[in-house]
Design a protein around this ligand. Structure first.
Ligand SMILES: [Ca+2]
Ligand SMILES: [Ca+2]
Ligand SMILES: [Ca+2]
Length: 232
């Protein structure tokens, strides 16, 4: 996995802006790849473990630094969800990670959900094998964590987590949420489930980087990961 491939100039500029912003706001910046996203609704900084890591708040830095995408467009913001000036439809619209949000009117609140999601929740979608996304996290208690995930999966698949660049979980199976009883084909991408234990990971204390890899199949939507401490 390459974290420092030749970055595009737009990525470099974003990174520079985020570094300057972070420095002037007094946040500690350990390295460019730790630069975290923030906006008018999200204060930024490392996401705290134990707890939820919202997957739309991946790091700044662009392709090859904060994520790897199979294309250069955001298939959600500005495409599925047309640019209309709203926060949800234009969230990270210029970045290649594909982001949408849960919607009512029998889209994400359908009867085929295993767990009903909250509405207007941003999630990463259009996932493909080989894609990855990086998060700066602050682990407050070292130990072994149970990994939970709020997701949909059209056809099953596997994900893995690396910590500071090293694979720490191996492929973890994601159970399909496909339900043949749903006759609406596109809605097979919108059957939500929460799995409270897809695997475990041992984490040291402090600021570090967690990378979520889509290992096989793809066609999964990821809302958040949840890290629950099980042994110190
Ligand atoms: Ca994309
Ligand atoms: Ca994608
Ligand atoms: Ca989310």
């Amino acid at each position: 996995m390459k974290h420092f491939s030749s970055s595009k100039s737009s990525g470099a500029i974003l990174l520079l802006i985020s570094l300057v912003t972070a420095c002037t706001s007094g946040k500690s910046v350990i390295s460019p790849e730790n630069s975290t996203f923030s906006d008018e609704r999200y204060s930024g900084g490392a996401q705290i473990i134990p707890g939820k890591v919202q997957l739309e708040y991946y790091n700044l830095g662009g392709e090859g630094i904060a994520y790897h995408e199979s294309d250069t467009i955001n298939s959600g913001s500005g495409r599925l969800n047309p640019a209309d000036g709203s926060y949800l439809n234009e969230f990270r619209i210029k970045e290649a990670v594909d982001i949408s949000y849960t919607k009512s009117r029998d889209i994400d609140d359908n009867k085929f959900n295993l767990v009903q999601p909250e509405m207007d929740q941003l999630y990463v979608g259009w996932t493909e094998p080989g894609e990855w996304i990086m998060y700066t996290v602050d682990v407050q208690t070292p130990g072994t964590y149970q990994i939970g995930i709020m997701y949909t999966s059209n056809a099953g698949g596997h994900i893995s987590l690396s910590v500071n660049g090293d694979d720490k979980t191996g492929p973890m199976a994601i159970t399909t949420t496909n339900d043949p009883k749903d006759q609406i084909a596109w809605r097979q991408w919108h059957h939500w489930n929460y799995s409270d234990s897809i695997g475990t990971v041992k984490l040291k204390k402090g600021i570090q980087k967690i990378t979520l890899h889509t290992v096989s199949v793809g066609n999964m939507n990821f809302d958040y990961l949840n890290f629950k401490l099980v042994t110190k």
